[in-house]
Design a protein around this ligand. Structure first.
Ligand SMILES: [Zn+2]
Length: 475
């Protein structure tokens, strides 16, 4: 990789500070909507770099925005910093070894995600200043990607109203442009209320809320055969009505996570699940109340931006990993199954090459892998602003998402190199947009075409509030 372009030199000039930022955030893993310290670290860095800072974006305590430059166009670079429960792990160690404490860990690499995005935004700010050009760059520190849909609430609140282009990335095994395939989803809590009673002495007087949840689940499980094959439904018991089998359970609560290919399919499926819940309440003579907790839209791709990002990737080449990096990554691969590793190649759409532990290629744009069946709250941004995302190569090929292996690799030299590499990809794409008004226009025209006849209607209706207490049960 050669720093043939000014913007890449500007990224490199500040890389050390941002690698440190990523490491500090790794050391303070915080769950969705409780990222107080991580957000404070990002806010302090924004101030230190001279951004104009807006705290509590959309009324969310752990969302922050920093902007720099004057005039247009406005380029947003999105970062994240939330961690996950149950993924605590000692850094750099290739065997499961949780750290003492509450058990949280950066098992999705969001310590890198936030720091690289802020590094890219800083380099773009410095580039605008050095060249005396009009244009603004905004860094959005977005909390609660893991199930909290913060970006959806930020979109609903108009946080991206002035933005022309949005750019983001995610840690991955390969360096590539992110394929715009993700599912729309929603989380809905169904609370059933019945009547308590002695389960042996007076069973006929009780009405079991737990029975209602079980019948609802049976109904939904039968429905699976008759729903689109790319839709997904999962559920978890939040309240099973208590620990006493001799009391008819008067309350029970189940959280449903419903995913579908797009917003139209999602709405249809939600309606069917709601009807099944009503049916379960009818059968058990209980009452049911449904509360939407969160929701995200599917991602919309943007070909002009994807081509621009791909050109940056190809000029840069793959991340500059060395033999020591590959040897460390191989240690982590040794903890994975053949199937884990094969799945990683399949997902990116490349033929598997044995013995390759770290990305050594730039994935061509036309290569399409197995579609991702997860969801991301970047989806909502992509419906209102032309959006493009990179995959940054930061860990061993085959490392599963949300795994101790991913947490463990989050501070290795390879993670830092991958993070700086993807910051260059994002900053280069931003500079392309600032230099070329025609690219911005083409990106906007593509978004208009994709949403024609299907305007953005957020999954989050106006009365739904951010689930600030969603992490309490995990804490
Ligand atoms: Zn993630």
């Amino acid at each position: 990789m050669q720093n043939t372009e000014e913007i890449w030199r500007l990224v490199d000039a500040k890389r050390a500070d941002f690698e440190d930022l990523s490491d500090r955030v790794w050391h303070m893993p915080e769950l969705a909507y409780t990222e107080t310290r991580s957000c404070a670290e990002h806010t302090a860095m924004l101030r230190a770099q001279g951004f104009r800072v807006t705290e509590q974006v959309a009324g969310i305590p752990t969302a922050v925005m920093g902007e720099a430059g004057e005039g247009g166009p406005v380029i947003a670079i999105l970062g994240e910093y939330d961690a996950l429960p149950g993924l605590s792990q000692e850094a750099g160690v290739a065997e499961p070894r949780p750290l003492p404490g509450p058990g949280f860990g950066h098992g999705c690499g969001h310590n890198l995600l936030g720091a690289a995005s802020l590094l890219a935004a800083t380099a773009v700010k410095d580039w605008l200043a050095a060249n005396g050009l009009p244009g603004r760059v905004c860094y959005y520190g977005c909390p609660a990607e893991e199930g909290g849909a913060a970006k959806g609430f930020m979109v609903r609140d108009g946080a991206f109203r002035d933005v022309d282009i949005a750019i983001s990335w995610h840690p991955a095994a390969f360096a590539a442009v992110q394929e715009a395939v993700s599912l729309a989803n929603t989380r809905i809590d169904f609370s059933f209320t019945g009547r308590a009673s002695h389960a042996a002495a007076a069973p006929h007087l009780g009405r079991s809320a737990l029975d209602a949840v079980e019948l609802m689940n049976v109904g939904v499980n039968y429905m699976r055969e008759h729903m689109p094959s790319d839709a997904r439904i999962h559920y978890a018991y939040l309240d099973a009505g208590g620990v006493a089998p001799n009391v008819v359970q008067p309350t029970a609560k189940v959280r449903y996570l419903i995913r579908a290919r797009d917003l139209v399919e999602l709405r249809r499926l939600i309606e069917r699940v709601r009807r099944i819940a009503d049916g379960a309440a009818l059968m058990t003579e209980t009452k049911v109340a449904a509360k939407v907790v969160s929701g995200v839209s599917n991602l919309l791709g943007n070909l002009p931006l994807e081509k621009a990002m791909q050109a940056n990737l190809e000029r840069l080449g793959p991340p500059p990993f060395d033999e020591a990096d590959r040897a460390r990554a191989a240690e982590f691969q040794a903890t994975l199954t053949e199937e884990d590793i094969a799945a990683s190649w399949r997902r990116i759409g490349l033929p598997m090459r044995k013995g390759v532990s770290l990305c050594d290629v730039v994935v061509p744009l036309e290569v399409r892998g197995a579609p991702m069946v997860g969801s991301t709250d970047v989806g909502d941004v992509s419906w209102v602003v032309p959006t493009v995302q990179a995959r940054g190569a930061t860990h061993a090929i085959g490392t599963p998402g949300h795994s101790w292996q991913l947490t463990a690799q989050g501070m290795l030299p390879a993670a830092h190199k991958g993070m700086v590499h993807v910051a260059k990809v994002m900053a280069g794409t931003a500079v392309d947009c600032l230099r070329d008004p025609a690219l911005v226009e083409a990106a906007k025209a593509e978004l208009a075409t994709r949403t024609a006849g299907c305007p953005y209607e957020p999954v989050l209706s106006p009365e739904v509030q951010p689930p600030f207490d969603m992490s309490k049960t995990a804490a």
